[in-house]
Write a protein of this length. Sequence first.
Length: 132
Amino acid sequence: MKKQNSLKYNLIIALGIIFLVTAGFLIGFNRRNAQISSSVLSIGITMIIIGIIRKIRQSELVKKDERIKKLSLYGLSYSWITTFILITVLFWFDYFGFLNITTQTYYSIVFATMIISAIAFQKFLYNKGDIE
């Protein structure tokens, strides 16, 4: 099973490299507009990073028990609630004119909050030990 996963991650990394090379040609020969080249480049970088991280994590993985699953779900639940509260606050700040941000900035704030709060809550709960 480990060998099969390792092969899968190697293929993801190889595909990411193909995307990077393709983006290099698109940028170098100026064949397409910059948005397409940037998108292909971003996809390639993302695939390489995901492949490397998953390959490293696979070798370090410990089998999950019920306690770890419970803590993970609680951490994600707390993250969802935090993100929901942030969305509500941003809505009301915009509604009353206290804050004027673009949609791209709004999505960036929400996306970052989702990721950071999920990681933070899960780390906190893992260190705490158990939930009562």
